[in-house]
Design a protein around this ligand. Structure first.
Ligand code: ADP
Ligand code: ZN
Length: 622
């Protein structure tokens, strides 16, 4: 391994802590994130560990630092080539000797990596699970000292999760074949079931478990009930994230294509991404996203896991995600760098009905359905709550959050509520009287006394409920129906084609009455006004916005970064993160010593790039 590089300003406090020395010297950071230090010290001392940390929590350093401190090469199991490449690129920038072995290498490149490995010339090796478990690779590893094994994205062992990788199940052999080599498993997936599976399937029963909190304070959560779709998305992007990088998630491939085209037509730089596109096109979209500023990827959930990009400023959903877990994971891709970022969602009642219906029609067992149904209800609860979104989200993961967060739509602009009992009873009656087989739109027509052929044909204009809800507008009725579904009073007909029926709870409510507080639909005008007043202002969770002079310097620093990145064909963020450039902007270091104190400026980066960035800062000082 390389000698830990020690930063000049820390030589004085001669603490003999090699982990801290590498954190400061090589990576240029001052302090460990919560739990990082503990995991790192456990592994350095030869113990096994499990690290559950949110995205952006700093999982990579948990195995990178021990790999540098311990003798031998740190071997990292990673599920995606893109992820490996990204990490290797980033490590090389820090002066760490890292390489990846994967199926995309030419035979000559592979031999090169193997040679370096045997020569003791690699601090870290990234491999895919199937590559690692192939006998030739294992035999190769038998010959060299190994610092540790790290299993990244360890939730891939979970059969229940949507990232399941059968090869991950075989990783338990590592503990047997390489007894005595510490192992560390890492994931951002929160739930207790997955955690248990990781322990079992990777044979990590003796491991230290470190679970960090799941809050992502820099992410602003916004969920809008209006099914405004694309137009609302466009307003959100132009008002809050002009020129930023972002991801827009849609459910269907066609919706992805349409939305990307539409956004381009509105002058934004959007590219589609889904499994139905040719590989070359997907790679192009991916590369554009990581190597340029301000690209928006419109995608299905097929896009995301290999994305390490720290400066994704927003994640938008045009449909409901499948569960709260997927919502948390997908939105978690925003703001890894800790700077302000947004999670925005717009959804309609059709989304809810579709989720419920898919579940009811599935072949799965009753137990599984019951669990999944609970998950849909929790998701609806998050979407329809008038309370703090963060509190609802963290509550789902078993974390209590006492105060309102002040950084979600409901905290920033509390929705009005109203006593919805009478309206809900009308809605339930209308569903019941029409025979529990019609969809939302038809039921609303009946409630409002619509004069359509269909209503006349079914003689629903003779019902008692016909026209009894004329005083409430269609969008409000949709909101009432959605909230009634969220409250578990209405559900889609299991046999039918989008028809609604009353649940048991709904029948009781229709019969006995009850209280229900509904959130008022936000009026479009007020949304627009709010968007206008905050135009070009970023959410202010972390750090104050830059003023004009600082903004110009920041842009100049980004320009140098882009040039340096292009010359080496690496993403700009592996040179320096936005957060590092922001700190340079704020502190304006005038010499090498003060430059070295900026977070993210390690010794090697200082040598390579210090002069280029100091030059730009000096130009702005005069
Ligand atoms: P994760 O894999 O948990 O999502 P990463 O390992 O990619 O997170 O780290 C997220 C970001 O935080 C990276 O940009 C990393 O450089 C930075 N980071 C990690 N640890 C620290 C630390 N102790 N101090 C400052 N920044 C850190
Ligand atoms: Zn809140």
């Amino acid at each position: 391994m390389t000698e830990p590089l020690v930063k000049t300003d820390t030589l004085a406090d001669s603490v003999p802590d090699p982990a801290l020395a590498v954190l400061r010297g090589t990576f240029g950071f001052d302090q460990f994130h919560p739990h990082q230090g503990e995991v790192i010290r456990t592994v350095i001392d030869g113990g096994d560990a499990i690290a559950i940390m949110p995205t952006g929590g700093g999982k990579s350093l948990c195995y990178q630092i021990p790999s540098l401190v311990r003798e031998g090469t740190g071997v990292v199991v990673s599920p995606l080539i893109a992820l490996m490449k990204d990490q290797v690129d980033a490590l090389r920038q820090y002066g760490v000797r890292a390489a990846a072995l994967h199926s995309g290498l030419s035979p000559a490149d592979r031999r090169g990596v193997e040679h370096r490995l045997l020569a003791g010339d690699l601090d870290m090796l990234y491999v895919a699970p199937e590559g690692l478990l192939a006998e030739p690779t294992l035999a190769l590893l038998d010959k060299i000292p190994i610092a540790l094994f790290a299993v990244d994205e360890a939730h891939c062992v979970s059969r229940w999760g949507h990232d399941f990788r059968p090869e991950y199940l075989r990783l338990s052999v590592l503990g047997e074949r390489f007894a005595g080599v510490p192992r560390v498993a890492l994931t951002a997936t929160a739930d207790a079931l997955t955690r248990r599976e990781i322990v079992e399937r990777l044979a990590l029963s003796g491991a230290d478990e470190h679970v960090a909190g799941f809050d992502r304070p820099n992410i602003r959560y916004m969920i809008s009930e209006a099914a405004g779709g694309k137009q609302a998305l466009l307003e959100f992007i132009t008002a809050k994230h002009h020129g930023d990088s972002g991801i827009v998630y849609c459910l269907a491939r066609r919706h992805v294509d349409d939305t990307a085209k539409w956004l381009c037509g509105k002058g934004l730089r959007a590219v589609p991404y889904h499994a139905g596109l040719p590989k070359a096109e997907r790679e192009h979209a991916h590369n554009l996203f990581v190597s340029e500023d301000g690209v928006i990827v419109v995608a299905t959930v097929a896009f995301g896991m290999g994305i390490d990009k720290p400066d994704v400023r927003f994640v938008a959903h045009l449909n409901l995600p499948k569960t709260i877990e997927s919502y948390y994971q997908e939105t978690g891709r925003a703001g890894r760098d800790g700077l302000p970022a947004s999670a925005w969602m717009s959804y309609g009642i059709q989304d809810v009905m579709m989720l419920m219906q898919l579940l009811q029609q599935s072949e799965a067992g009753e137990e599984f359905k019951r669990v999944e149904h609970g998950k849909i209800n929790a998701l609806m609860g998050l979407c329809e709550t008038a309370d703090c979104r963060r509190r609802a989200l963290l509550g789902y993961f078993g974390e209590s959050y006492e105060r309102p967060c002040g950084n979600c739509d409901n905290c920033l602009d509390a929705p009005d509520t109203w006593d919805g009992a009478a309206a809900v009873r009308k809605a339930l009656s209308a569903v019941f009287q029409t025979g529990q087989r019609f969809g939302v739109n038809y039921v609303i027509e009946v409630l409002r006394g619509g004069e359509t052929d269909r209503i006349r044909q079914f003689r629903h204009d003779r019902l008692e409920i016909y026209g009894a809800g004329a005083e409430i507008e269609v969008p409000e009725w949709r909101s009432v129906m959605r909230q009634a579904a969220a409250a578990g009073l209405l559900a889609p007909d299991p046999e039918g084609y989008g028809g609604l029926r009353l649940t048991e709870k709904g029948r009781a409510f229709a019969r006995d009455g009850g209280t229900i507080l509904l959130r008022k639909l936000r009026r479009k005008e007020s949304t627009r006004a709010a968007a206008k007043s905050s135009r070009h202002k970023k959410p202010a969770a972390v750090g104050p916005p830059l003023d004009e002079a600082d903004g110009a310097l920041f842009e100049a620093l980004r320009k140098v970064r882009l040039e340096l990145a292009r010359a080496q064909q690496v993403p700009p963020y592996v040179i320096f993160h936005d957060s590092t450039l922001r700190e340079m902007t704020r502190q304006r270091p005038g010499d090498v010593d003060s430059m070295a104190t900026i977070a993210g400026v390690g010794q090697v980066k200082m040598q390579r790039y210090g002069a280029d960035f100091l030059k730009v800062i000096r130009e702005f000082e005069t």
